[in-house]
Write a protein of this length. Structure first.
Lengths: 233, 261
C-alpha cells in the first residue's frame, strides 16, 4: 500500500468519530451557555448571598484543569449509569459556564446604565427591562469574546478521551497510532502527518464556528453604531 | 405670564414634601418641597451640583429619597406599597443624554413602552408611535437607529417616547445641555408646543428664553434646597434674594436671551 492509501485508511475512522466530538461540543455549549447566562444575571442583579455563590462557582471551575474535572465527573457519575456523552458534556459544560458567565457579565455591564434607567422610567419592571433592553444589547457585545470561549472549548473536547469507551476524534486517532507505528518504516513516517490531519479537524471546527459567529455579528450589527468615533485614516 | 396659560391651571397633580437625599457623605437634597398644578410648567435653575437632577429622579423614584414624600394625584409614590412601575408609566422622563434604546429604531423606541407596559397590540402601538414621531417632526426618521440621528433628533425621539405613554406630567432633566447650539432650537420648539398645549412639566434647564416664554414659575435651587420660586417676571425684575439675581444675570450673559423657537 502506498503512503496516501495508508493515511486515508486511518483518516476515514476520524470521520466516524467526528459525531461524538460534535455531540459533546454541542451539548457542552448548551450547558455552558444556559448556566453561564444564569450565573451572569445572578451575579449582576442577584442578592449578596447569590452573588457570593456565583463567585465561588466561578473560582472553583476556573481553577481546576479540564482533564481533572472530567475524571472527577466520570468517577462520580458512572455509578449512576449516566451516558458517557452526557458526563463529558456536563463536566466541560459546567466548566465552560464559569468562563461564559464572566463574558456575559462583562457584556451586561457594558450596556450603559442609562438604558436601564430609561426602560424603568417608562414603567417597565426590572425583568422586562432586562429582557427587552439589556439582553438584546448585551448579546451583541458578548459575541466577540464568546467566540474566544468557543474556540477554547472545541479543543477541550479532546480531553474526553480519558473517559473510557467514548471514541472521539482524539481517542480514535490515538488508537490508530500503535498499529501505524508497526508499519515500519512507512508507518512511523506517517505519524506526524496523521496528527497534523487530526489538528486540521479541530481547526475546521474553530474556523467554521467562528465564521458563523462573525456572520451572526454582522447580521445583528446596529446601523450607524460602528461608524461612531471611527478613525478612518 | 405666557399668553393663554393664565388661569388655566388645574388642581394640584404633584406634591413633593421635604425630600432629603444623601450620596455617601454628600447631602444633595436638604428638604425640598414643591407643588405642581395640572397644566403648569415649572423651570428649575441653579448652579451645578445643587440637586436639580436628583430632585427629578427622586420624584419618579429612579433615586430613592432618604426622607420625604411625593404624591401623584393623591397617591403617595414614596409609599412602599405603591406599584412604582404603574406610577412611572404615568410620568414621562426626558434625559440629558437621551438614553434612547440603541438597538431599536426610532419607531420601536417609541412603541416599546406601549407594547410592554401598556400591553397594547403591536399594530396599534406602532401606529401610535408613528403619530408621536410626526408630532415631534420626525415621521420620516421612523426607521432610523439612534446612532443615525443627530442629537436634536434623538432628543425629539425621546420626547415622543415619553409622550406616547400619555403621561400626566413630564420631567425634563437638562434636555438641551448635551446638544450643539444650533440643535437646541428644534427641541425647545417641541417643548414650547407641549407647554402651550397644556402639558404639565418640570424642566431643569438654563434656557432662559424658554423659561420666559412658557414657565409659569421658575424655581431657583442652590445648595440642595429651593432658594426662591416666582414667575419669570418676578425673578427677572425683582428677585427676593440677591443670589437669584446674580445667578440669572450670569446665565443670561452666558446663554443669551434667544427663545430658541
Amino acid at each position: 500500500m502506498s503512503a496516501p492509501e495508508i493515511l486515508w485508511q486511518n483518516v476515514r475512522p476520524l470521520f466516524d468519530a467526528l459525531p461524538v466530538t460534535l455531540a459533546v461540543l454541542g451539548l457542552l455549549l448548551v450547558v455552558g451557555l444556559t448556566l453561564g447566562a444564569v450565573l451572569a444575571f445572578a451575579q449582576t442583579y442577584g442578592r449578596r448571598l447569590l452573588r457570593h455563590f456565583c463567585v465561588g462557582y466561578e473560582q472553583l471551575f476556573r481553577g481546576i484543569p479540564p482533564l481533572l474535572v472530567l475524571v472527577i465527573y466520570w468517577g462520580i457519575l458512572q455509578s449512576y449509569g449516566t451516558p458517557r456523552i452526557l458526563v463529558a458534556a456536563l463536566a466541560l459544560g459546567m466548566r465552560s459556564a464559569a468562563y461564559q458567565s464572566q463574558i456575559f457579565r462583562g457584556a451586561i455591564q457594558a450596556v450603559p446604565p442609562g438604558q436601564m434607567m430609561a426602560a424603568r422610567s417608562l414603567g417597565m419592571s426590572r425583568i422586562q427591562a432586562i429582557r427587552s433592553v439589556i439582553l438584546p444589547q448585551a448579546f451583541r457585545l458578548a459575541i466577540p469574546p464568546w467566540s474566544n470561549e468557543y474556540s477554547s472549548v472545541v479543543k477541550d473536547t479532546a480531553f474526553i478521551c480519558v473517559i473510557g469507551g467514548l471514541i472521539d476524534l482524539t481517542r480514535q486517532a490515538f488508537m490508530k497510532l500503535a498499529p501505524l507505528s508497526m508499519l515500519r518504516p512507512i508507518g512511523t513516517q506517517l505519524i506526524l502527518p496523521y496528527l497534523i490531519i487530526l489538528g486540521l479537524f479541530y481547526l475546521a471546527l474553530t474556523y467554521g464556528g467562528n465564521g458563523l459567529l462573525a456572520l451572526l455579528e454582522r447580521r445583528l450589527r446596529i446601523p450607524g453604531f460602528e461608524m461612531k468615533g471611527k478613525v478612518e485614516r | 405670564m405666557p399668553a393663554g396659560k393664565e388661569g388655566h391651571l388645574g388642581d394640584v397633580i404633584l406634591r413633593v414634601e421635604d425630600l432629603h437625599k444623601r450620596y455617601g457623605k454628600d447631602e444633595v437634597l436638604k428638604g425640598v418641597s414643591l407643588e405642581l398644578r395640572r397644566g403648569e410648567t415649572k423651570v428649575i435653575i441653579g448652579p451645578s451640583g445643587t440637586g436639580k437632577s436628583t430632585l427629578l429622579r427622586c420624584i419618579n423614584q429612579l433615586s430613592v429619597p432618604d426622607k420625604g414624600r411625593v404624591w401623584l394625584e393623591g397617591v403617595e409614590i414614596t409609599h412602599a406599597r405603591t406599584n412604582i412601575n404603574h406610577i412611572r408609566a404615568q410620568v414621562g422622563f426626558v434625559f440629558q443624554d437621551f438614553n434612547l434604546f440603541s438597538h431599536l429604531t426610532a419607531l420601536h423606541n417609541v412603541s416599546l413602552g406601549l407594547i410592554r407596559v401598556r400591553k397594547m397590540a403591536k399594530g396599534a402601538a406602532l401606529e401610535r408611535a408613528r403619530e408621536e414621531l410626526a408630532r415631534v417632526g420626525l415621521a420620516e426618521k421612523a426607521c432610523s437607529y439612534p446612532a443615525e440621528l443627530s442629537g436634536g433628533q434623538k432628543q425629539r425621539v425621546s420626547i415622543a417616547r415619553a409622550l406616547a405613554m400619555d403621561p400626566k406630567l413630564i420631567l425634563f432633566d437638562e434636555p438641551t445641555s448635551a446638544l450643539d447650539p444650533e440643535l437646541i432650537g428644534e427641541v425647545l420648539e417641541v417643548m414650547i408646543q407641549l407647554a402651550c398645549g397644556g402639558m404639565t412639566m418640570i424642566v431643569v434647564s438654563h434656557e432662559m428664553g424658554f423659561a420666559r416664554a412658557v414657565a409659569d414659575k421658575i424655581i431657583f435651587m442652590e445648595g440642595g434646597g429651593i432658594l426662591e420660586e416666582g414667575t419669570p417676571t418676578e425673578l427677572f425684575t425683582c428677585p427676593r434674594c440677591e443670589r437669584t439675581g446674580q445667578f440669572l444675570r450670569k446665565i443670561t450673559e452666558l446663554y443669551g436671551e434667544t427663545d430658541g423657537a
